[in-house]
Design a protein around this ligand. Structure first.
Ligand SMILES: *[C@@H]1O[C@H](CO)[C@@H](O)[C@H](O)[C@H]1NC(C)=O
Ligand SMILES: *[C@@H]1O[C@H](CO)[C@@H](O)[C@H](O)[C@H]1NC(C)=O
Ligand SMILES: *[C@@H]1O[C@H](CO)[C@@H](O)[C@H](O)[C@H]1NC(C)=O
Ligand SMILES: *[C@@H]1O[C@H](CO)[C@@H](O)[C@H](O)[C@H]1NC(C)=O
Ligand SMILES: *[C@@H]1O[C@H](CO)[C@@H](O)[C@H](O)[C@H]1NC(C)=O
Ligand SMILES: *[C@@H]1O[C@H](CO)[C@@H](O)[C@H](O)[C@H]1NC(C)=O
Length: 493
C-alpha cells in the first residue's frame, strides 16, 4: 500500500507520455494494464460521436407550413411556397442556443414538395415564387449550419403523395435513389439521414428498397448515421413524446423490427439486452404540439422540455428536438427564447458538479490504484477514461464505487445523480442502486451513455455509493456526477 502514491505518479507520467509525445526517449519500466475486453455489440465511431451530441435539432418546414397542415395531400400548388424572409442562420442560432451540434432538415415531407431544385421532379422550390425559383433551402441550410459550426442532417420522406411514380416499385425506388444521390453528393458532409416509416392507412402498397437505399447512403457518406425504426445506426424510440423506457438498451435484434410496422413500439422503447445489433434510440419530439408551424400553437413550457430531457438524454438516448420555422421562414422569437431558456437551464444544472473534489474508491480497481482504471477516473470529466473493477470482483455482493465529498460539501445539496458507462466497450449495467450515507435514494436498471436520477428531495450527504447489482460484464463507469436542479418544483416528479 505504501507504494500507492508512487505508483499513481508513475501512472500519471505514463498517461502523459502516451498522450503527449515528448522529445526525450523516455520509456516506462512498468508495463501498463490492458483495457478489459469489449462486451459485444459495441458502437461504431460514428455512433459514439452521435451519442455524445445528446441534443440534436429538427426543422420541419415545407409546404405544410403554408397550408396549416401536418400531412399535405401532394396536390398543393408550388406557388404557395413563399417565405418572405427565410434566414437559415437564425434557425442555426436557435439550434446552438438549445445546445445542439447537429441540425436535421426535412428536405421532402409526405406531400412530395422538394426544398431543393431536384432535377427529377417539377414539384420543388424551382416552381415556386421564392427567390424567383432560384432558391435552394437545403443549400442555405447546410451553408448556415457550417458557418455556425453545426453539422447537417437530412430527412427525405419515403412516402410521397405527389409523385406519380409512387406505387410503381422500380420507377419510384429509382426516383428515390436519384434524390439520395442529389442530397448526399451535392451538399458536403451529411452527418445523419432520417428515414420516416410514417405512411397513411390508405396509401398505395409500395415496397421501399431500404437495403439498396442504406447501402447507397453509406457509399456516398462514409461516416453518416442512418436513422429508421430499424437503424442500421440509430433507431426510433417508439413514441413522439421524447420519452425512452426507464430500461433502455442501445442494443436490439434488428430481425425483430420491420420499418413502419406497428406493434414494436415497446421493443424500440426499451431495446433488448440480448440484441446482437448496436442501434441506440433517438427521441424525436416537437417543442410545439405539431411538427410544422401553426399560427394557433405555442412552445411547450420549460418544465416540460426538462422533463423530456431527463426522460431521453437521462435514459441513454439522444434528444431530437423539433422547432418549426414559420411561413416567414423564421423560428418565432418566442420559440427561440424557449430554446435558449432550455439550453441555459441544462447548462445551469450540469455546469456545476457537486462531486468535484471528492475522493473515490471502489470494490476493486483493475490493475490496482495506478493501473489506469482507478475509481477517480469517474471524476475527471473525460468520456475516454473509466473505472474498471478487477475480473474477480463482483462475484458475491456486486460491484460498488463510492465518492466521499469534502466536509464543506455537506452544505451543498444535490437532487440529480448522473451515472455514465463507458459504452465504447459495450453497454453492461442491468441494475444499480444509489445510496447516500447508507440510505437508498435511487435505483434503476440500465445506465448506458448517461443515466440521470432525479431525487424526490435534495440531499446533502458526504458518501455517495453506487452498487451495480446485475450486469452483462464487469461494469465500466466513465462518470458519476452530482448536480442541483433549481428548476424542479417540489413534488412535481
Ligand atoms: C381511407 O379510405 C376510406 C375508404 O375509401 C375513406 O372512407 C377514408 O376517409 C380514407 N381515409 C383517409 C385518411 O383518407
Ligand atoms: C403489400 O405488398 C406486399 C408485397 O407484395 C405484401 O406482402 C403485403 O401483404 C401487402 N400489404 C397490404 C396491406 O396489402
Ligand atoms: C433475432 O431474431 C430472430 C428472429 O426472431 C431470431 O431467429 C434470432 O435467433 C434472434 N437472434 C438473437 C441473437 O437473439
Ligand atoms: C392548430 O391548427 C391546426 C390546423 O388548423 C390544427 O390541426 C391543430 O389541432 C390546432 N392546434 C391546436 C393546439 O389547437
Ligand atoms: C415568424 O416569426 C418572426 C420572428 O418572431 C416574426 O417576425 C414573423 O412575424 C412571424 N411570421 C408569421 C407569419 O407569424
Ligand atoms: C427502488 O426504488 C423504488 C422507488 O423509489 C423503491 O420502492 C424500491 O424499494 C427501491 N429498491 C431498492 C432495491 O432499493
Amino acid at each position: 500500500m505504501a507504494a500507492g502514491p508512487l505508483l499513481s505518479l508513475a501512472a500519471a507520467a505514463l498517461a502523459v507520455a502516451i498522450l503527449v509525445p515528448t522529445p526525450e526517449a523516455w520509456r516506462p519500466t512498468t508495463p501498463a494494464t490492458p483495457p478489459p475486453l469489449p462486451v459485444l455489440p459495441i458502437p461504431s465511431a460514428a455512433q459514439l460521436r452521435w451519442q455524445r451530441r445528446e441534443v440534436i435539432m429538427f426543422f420541419h418546414f415545407g409546404m405544410n407550413t403554408f397550408t396549416d397542415s401536418e400531412w399535405g395531400t401532394g396536390s398543393e400548388d408550388p406557388s404557395l411556397f413563399r417565405p418572405e424572409a427565410l434566414d437559415a442562420a437564425q434557425w442555426m442560432d436557435a439550434a446552438r442556443a438549445a445546445g445542439a451540434s447537429l441540425a436535421i432538415l426535412v428536405a421532402k415531407h409526405h406531400d412530395g414538395f422538394c426544398l431543393w431544385p431536384s432535377a427529377y421532379t417539377a414539384h420543388s422550390v424551382r416552381a415556386s415564387p421564392w427567390r424567383a425559383g432560384r432558391g435552394d433551402v437545403v443549400r442555405e441550410f447546410v451553408g448556415a449550419a457550417r458557418a455556425r459550426g453545426v453539422d447537417a442532417g437530412i430527412y427525405l420522406s419515403p412516402w410521397d403523395r405527389h409523385d406519380e411514380r409512387y406505387g410503381d416499385e422500380v420507377a419510384y425506388n429509382e426516383y428515390y435513389e436519384a434524390q439520395l444521390h442529389e442530397l448526399l453528393t451535392g451538399y458536403g458532409s451529411v452527418s445523419e439521414i432520417w428515414f420516416d416509416g410514417a405512411k397513411g392507412k390508405n396509401a398505395t402498397n409500395m415496397t421501399y428498397h431500404f437495403q439498396e437505399w442504406f447501402q447507397t447512403v453509406k457509399q456516398l457518406q462514409r461516416s453518416i448515421n442512418i436513422f429508421s425504426d430499424d437503424g442500421p445506426d440509430v433507431r426510433w424510440v417508439g413514441d413522439e413524446k421524447g420519452f425512452a423506457g426507464t430500461t433502455c438498451w442501445s442494443t436490439v435484434n434488428r430481425s425483430m423490427i420491420t420499418i413502419g410496422e406497428a406493434g414494436i413500439e415497446k421493443y424500440l422503447n426499451e431495446g433488448d439486452p440480448r440484441g446482437p445489433d448496436w442501434v441506440p434510440p433517438e427521441c424525436d419530439v416537437s417543442i410545439r404540439p405539431g411538427w410544422f408551424w401553426h399560427r394557433n400553437e405555442t412552445a411547450k413550457p420549460l418544465s416540460q422540455l426538462l422533463e423530456i430531457y431527463y426522460n431521453s438524454v437521462g435514459r441513454n438516448c439522444v434528444l431530437l428536438l423539433n422547432a418549426p420555422p414559420n411561413s416567414t421562414g423564421l423560428v418565432e422569437d418566442a420559440d427561440v427564447a424557449r430554446l435558449r431558456e432550455f439550453g441555459a437551464a441544462v447548462a445551469t444544472i450540469f455546469g456545476t458538479d457537486l462531486a468535484a473534489g471528492s475522493a473515490a474508491r471502489a470494490s476493486s480497481e483493475r490493475g490496482g490504484p495506478g493501473g489506469g482504471f482507478a475509481a477517480r477516473n469517474v471524476l475527471d470529466g473525460c468520456d475516454d477514461t473509466y473505472w474498471a473493477p478487477t475480473a474477480e470482483d463482483g462475484r458475491r455482493n456486486g460491484y460498488w464505487i463510492e465518492l466521499r465529498r469534502p466536509p464543506e460539501a455537506a452544505n451543498r445539496p444535490f437532487n440529480v445523480v448522473r451515472i455514465q458507462e463507458h459504452v465504447a466497450l459495450g453497454q453492461r449495467v442491468e441494475r444499480h442502486e444509489v445510496y447516500v450515507d447508507g440510505a437508498p435514494v435511487a435505483n434503476g436498471t440500465t445506465v448506458g451513455h448517461k443515466r440521470l436520477h432525479r431525487l424526490p428531495r435534495a440531499v446533502a450527504g458526504r458518501a455517495v455509493r453506487i452498487w451495480i447489482t446485475a450486469r452483462r460484464g464487469p461494469p465500466l463507469l466513465s462518470a458519476v456526477g452530482l448536480h442541483h436542479d433549481p428548476f424542479v418544483e417540489a413534488g412535481a416528479m
